[in-house]
Unconditional design. Structure first.
Length: 292
């Protein structure tokens, strides 16, 4: 079967500026460079998978208008097929991103999906030939519909867990693999291990450039833990950490869609994410030497 990854979640317009340092209160700083492009966890993951040669469809909310068309054009140019749930006038969220030149660390301000309002349910026929589904927890109603349908069809569901969002419990019931950030916290302060009680059979937690902790539930109910060691990237080689987590999820989902075991897929994601920080932007690595 030809791999097809469906992603559901946030697409934004990112205004990215590289600065020598972050400004303090009532202070202005002069940016070294400016880039305006699409962003968002699901959008960057979809573009990552497309760059790795996997046919990818993104279900998101863009609407009609100049900002929406700019984001749509960028996604299409990246090889992503777009299913827009927002009919009529509207605009995706705009994210302001400041990248510190010396460290590659980024600071982000965004309204995320809060301005999209209620969206119509997606047509589950988008999953007809899907071999994997990635959801990022944004546009939660749409994600729940697709995750439920994918689970019923035996299509593996991967969660990009950047942070806890209200209603996520209902989505987790249909998630097979949850890959969460170092900052991910459950609302009751329970350990990340507790996600295994909410549906997923694998939970992985990244930690920047450090080891990725992996927890699994075997068919008999036995729980195991392991770690994945990312390739070492010297601090002097780090150009930009923007979107590295999205690359991790996109590359993992692409390998999962191609039929790889989840641990092999996760290893591929870790390697790609480590490579991505050597380049500017979430997709600078695409034209680099490591492209598949």
């Amino acid at each position: 079967m030809t791999p097809l990854l469906v992603c559901c979640g946030l697409a934004t317009l990112d205004v990215v500026q590289v600065v020598d340092r972050l400004p303090g209160p009532d202070e202005k700083v002069v940016a070294r460079s400016l880039d305006v492009t699409f962003g968002g966890p699901a959008a960057n993951a979809a573009a990552t998978a497309a760059a790795l040669g996997v046919r990818t469809v993104l279900v998101t909310a863009l609407g009609a208008g100049p900002v929406a068309e700019l984001v749509r054009a960028g996604l299409v140019a990246a090889g992503v097929e777009v299913v827009d749930l927002l009919a009529g006038p509207g605009a995706p969220a705009v994210s302001t991103v400041l990248v510190t030149r010396s460290t590659g660390e980024r600071a982000v301000v965004s309204v995320n999906a809060t301005g999209a309002g209620d969206l119509p349910a997606p047509d589950v026929d988008v999953l007809r030939d899907a071999t994997a589904l990635l959801v990022d927890g944004h546009h939660l109603g749409a994600a729940q519909v697709l995750a439920r349908a994918a689970s019923a069809r035996g299509v593996p569901v991967l969660l990009d867990g950047g942070s806890w969002k209200p209603g996520l419990d209902d989505l987790l019931a249909h998630v097979d693999h949850a890959v969460v950030s170092a900052d991910f916290r459950l609302p009751d302060d329970a350990p990340v291990d507790a996600l295994l009680d909410r549906g997923p059979t694998l939970v992985a937690q990244s930690a920047g450039g450090d080891t990725v902790r992996v927890l699994r539930v075997a068919p008999g109910g036995t729980r195991t833990s392991d770690v994945l060691h990312p390739p070492t990237v010297p601090a002097g080689d780090v150009v930009d950490t923007l979107g590295a987590g999205d690359v991790l999820h996109g590359a993992t989902a692409a390998a999962l869609a191609a039929g790889h075991d989840i641990l092999a897929a996760l290893h591929e994601g870790v390697v790609r994410a480590s490579e991505s920080v050597r380049y500017p932007g979430a997709l600078g690595w695409v034209s680099g030497p490591g492209r598949a």
